[in-house]
Design a protein around this ligand. Structure first.
Ligand SMILES: [Zn+2]
Length: 428
């Protein structure tokens, strides 16, 4: 076996030596992207006469009026504005809006994975070149991530959680069935030893991060969004294991107590944060915990819940929580809580992710800061600021282009016209 491996390595070396031009051309393709403007996500400034030189999948040089090498393939985007590829930190690519409540019971894991393949393409074409997927059934998100990385299906880079961890009967369990069905959702674990084991188990099967439910939820039965669920001790055990094994933790949390307990336990982000109060805002600023608000979904849900047949108790919770969340999150924005962009796609149709920006701006954020939540700040939350989030030498050439100036009209990001992922154009 060893001899054979050596022989094939030797023949590869000979081929490379005999055909240096071929191997160089394949490995070192140079592309120059030229556009009237480009957004520098770090400073928030707009660069005019922008040129981005790309070698293979990565950015080599970015700046104004850069000389374009003669051998480069030129992509001239004319008057357009280029931005770093957008990042959504809260998606559910394998779920669909018309599968809430009892409708979810008829969907198999393989079917949800195939929905995920479609939704991954829609999300990428909407300009989101990276997503953090926080909750899926049967590790369908892990399979989708691997299929995209293998080049089998088009889609964004995915940071995937696998099943969300939660308490028995909580938001991340499934309370739709009668006791005789004995159904327990796959992420359910109670007590410190069980949650430690579950954290290790989802990492064993490929999770890049751990998602937990620290309070009840809105689109679930038999639980209260205001009530905390995991105890401080349980969450500390999860965070301890996850961080030790190099994974971050995202905590679904609506109620103020659950937000504070999760922050004290050391989670990296609070998802939704509907009842965030001044004390929680202060704690999050002190700990550097990101808030991932998911707000546009409320607009779409209120217009469509009857048509998609959402069970009445869920609608009642949504009508109470969604308007209050906007008021509380506007206050959190004003008080300078760290924010990373998220949408909870699947509560609204995939591909409309860009509509979240206009809600942030309506709640008091400047367009520049709103764009930074989906670029530089999101990349920091993911721990991927060494590879995405800004247009910088050495980072992936994940780029998008829009017609107008999104720092003046942030809804331009709802109409992304051109998308490149890792140096390859995926939308013209
Ligand atoms: Zn979610």
């Amino acid at each position: 076996m060893m001899k054979r491996a050596h022989a094939s390595l030797l023949s590869l070396l000979i081929v490379c030596l005999l055909f240096p031009a071929i191997s160089r051309q394949a490995a070192g393709k140079i592309v120059a992207v030229k556009a009237a403007h480009a957004f520098d996500a770090r400073s928030g400034a707009m660069i005019d006469n922008a040129v981005i030189i790309i070698e293979d999948a990565r950015v080599k040089i970015f700046g104004a009026n850069i000389a374009i090498p003669a051998e480069a393939e030129l992509i001239d985007l004319g008057p357009k504005t280029v931005l770093p590829g957008l990042i959504d930190c809260h998606t559910h690519l394998t779920f669909e809006p018309n599968q809430m409540g009892y409708a979810s019971l008829g969907v198999s894991v393989p079917r949800s994975a195939l929905s995920g393949a479609k939704n991954a393409r829609l999300t990428l074409e909407a300009g989101f070149t990276t997503v953090r997927n926080v909750g899926a059934s049967g590790y369908a998100d892990i399979a989708l991530r691997d299929a995209i990385n293998a080049g089998d299906v088009p889609g964004p880079r995915i940071v995937a959680s696998g099943p969300a961890l939660g308490i028995t009967g909580g938001h991340c369990d499934n309370n739709l069935l009668a006791p005789e069905f004995n159904h327990v959702d796959e992420g359910v674990a109670d007590g410190v030893p069980s949650v430690m084991r579950k954290t290790r188990e989802v990492i064993k099967y490929g999770a890049d991060l751990i998602k937990i439910c620290s309070t009840g939820g809105v689109l679930s039965l038999g639980d209260d969004p205001k009530a905390s669920q995991y105890t401080l001790e349980e969450m500390k055990a999860i965070v301890g294991e996850a961080h030790r094994l190099g994974r971050k933790v995202a905590a679904h949390a609506h109620g103020g107590d659950g937000i504070k307990l999760a922050v004290l336990a050391g989670v990296d982000s609070i998802e939704h944060g509907s009842y965030i109060d001044d004390e929680a805002i202060k704690l999050m600023r002190e700990h550097g915990t990101y808030l991932v608000p998911t707000l546009y979904l409320g607009d779409w849900f209120m217009e469509n819940y009857q048509r998609i047949g959402v069970p009445a108790p869920m609608v009642a919770k949504a009508k109470e929580v969604m308007p209050i969340a906007r008021k509380n999150i506007a206050r959190a924005f004003a008080q300078g809580v760290p924010v990373a962009f998220g949408t909870d796609s699947a509560v609204y149709p995939h591909g409309l992710n860009g509509r979240e920006f206009a809600v942030y701006v309506k709640l008091g954020m400047t367009p520049v800061r709103a764009i930074q939540t989906a670029t530089i700040h999101a990349s920091k939350l993911l721990g991927w600021d060494d590879r995405i989030g800004t247009i910088d030498a050495g980072k992936y050439a994940d780029l998008i282009a829009v017609d107008g100036d999104p720092t003046k009209d942030v809804t331009e990001l709802e109409r992304v016209k051109w998308v490149m992922k890792g140096g390859i154009i995926v939308k013209r």
